[in-house]
Design a protein around this ligand. Structure first.
Ligand code: HEM
Length: 385
């Protein structure tokens, strides 16, 4: 299906039937539109993600210029290794339980404001502030005003689709400048305890240059915020469209496995790309040096070769080795926090005096890379008969 269009209304609304068809008929195909090989099978996606030697995040290794400064996201081992290790070890030393408790309290407070409202937008009014405050607490920086930051983040998220929608490139570049200003503010501010001050303090000993830390902090801040908002909005949408499942999440054991299953069932990140460094065979095709490979996580996460009853929501699914946080050397460094914050949002919602319900259809912006309801109208008022 070389006319595969991730921005078509049907894909934005519900990509899973198309993913299933692609996986069954053309699991690896070339897309002229995306100028890329597209992978939909779990085993092919995982093989590429695990093989950073052949499939690069650092495009310079395939002879290209790289437009953005060096960060954890666009370096490969061995350069990537000390930088990533510094972030992951420092991450583990943060008070993640404390950040989780604060996120539950934030959710409860926000939700309480809407206890009697005819409707409110869960994504904008709850998920966005809770995710932003959590990532800022992690870093040890003051949160910027939520709506202002959300607009910048949204422009950058749209910018991920610039290959398909050139008109989003310029606003994304402008937003990038503004985020740089925000991050320069952190540079000059008095440092508070937190991930940022600790990685900066550990840089020299780890043999990591300071600019790479600042660039990685920017990636972490932006990626951590937008994906967590998306994951939470998808999770709540799924729970409210599968009767009885939200109430079952009161069980602490199910809460943990349930959040992972929600991430598998409908994760926010639809895919990621790598650049092939040397000609290789992959799933029956030959990939040439310099060609892009796109792994569709949404498709891989519903692959029946890997998951039994892949289209069912199984809250206690085990094992559940989904790809929603990626895999291999570039797998998400923030996965622990992401899980904690999504669980906190679900727990906070469950603490409301009445259960929430969908108060209208969700609305999704036309996006390919991050998929979630940008507006998710909820209400705690019982439905009128
Ligand atoms: C549910 C929410 C999240 C999802 C679904 C998610 C998903 C992902 C995925 C799929 C990747 C791999 C991309 C690739 O291989 O090209 C990734 C990488 C990354 N994520 Fe997350 N993420 C989430 C939350 C977070 C949070 C909360 C943080 C930090 C506070 C974070 C920080 C990062 C960083 C720094 C990387 C780059 C790692 C590297 O390249 O070595 N993410 N994330």
């Amino acid at each position: 299906m070389s006319d595969y269009d991730p921005l078509s209304p049907v894909m934005v609304e519900n990509p899973y039937p198309s993913y299933a068809q692609l996986r069954a008929t053309e699991p690896v195909f070339w897309s002229d539109r995306l100028d890329s090989w597209v992978l939909t099978r779990y085993r092919d996606c995982r093989a590429v993600l695990s093989d950073a030697h052949t499939f690069a995040s650092d495009r310079r290794r395939a002879g290209f210029e790289r437009p953005t400064a060096s960060s954890m996201q666009n370096l490969d081992p061995p350069e990537h290794t000390p930088l990533r290790r510094l972030f992951t070890t420092t991450f583990r030393e943060q008070d993640l339980d404390g950040i989780g408790d604060a996120a539950v309290a934030d959710t409860r407070d926000l939700v309480a404001k809407y206890a009697d409202a005819p409707e409110f937008d869960f994504t904008a009014e709850v998920a966005r502030p809770v995710a932003l405050f959590a990532v800022c607490r992690l870093l040890g920086v003051d949160p910027p005003p939520v709506a202002q930051f959300a607009a910048l983040s949204d422009a950058l998220v749209r910018g991920m689709d610039a290959g398909l929608r050139p008109e989003v490139r310029q606003p994304a570049l402008a937003a990038r400048e503004k985020v740089s200003d925000l991050i320069s503010g952190w540079y000059h501010a008095t440092r508070r305890p937190g991930l940022l001050s600790q990685v900066l303090a550990g840089a020299e000993r780890a043999g990591v240059r300071e600019p790479e830390i600042w660039n990685s902090a920017r990636v972490l801040f932006l990626a951590g915020y937008s994906t967590t908002v998306g994951a939470a909005a998808n999770a709540v949408h799924t729970l409210l469209t599968h009767p009885g499942t939200l109430a079952r999440m009161r069980d602490p054991q199910l809460l943990a496995s349930g959040v992972d299953e929600l991430l598998r069932f409908d994760g926010p990140v639809q895919g990621t790309t790598r650049t092939c460094v040397e000609r290789t065979g992959l799933g029956g095709v030959t990939v040439e040096r310099g060609q892009l490979v796109l792994m569709l996580f949404g498709a891989a996460n519903r692959d029946p070769e890997q998951f039994t009853a892949p289209d069912d929501l199984v809250l206690d699914r085990s094992p559940n080795r989904h790809l929603s946080f990626g895999w291999g050397p570039h797998a998400c460094t923030g996965a622990t926090l992401a899980r904690i914050v999504v669980r906190a949002l679900v727990t906070g919602l469950l603490a409301a005096p009445r259960p929430p319900r969908l108060a209208g259809p969700p609305w999704r912006e036309r996006r390919a890379t991050l998929r979630y309801p940008d507006r998710l109208p909820l209400s705690f008022r019982p439905e009128r008969p």
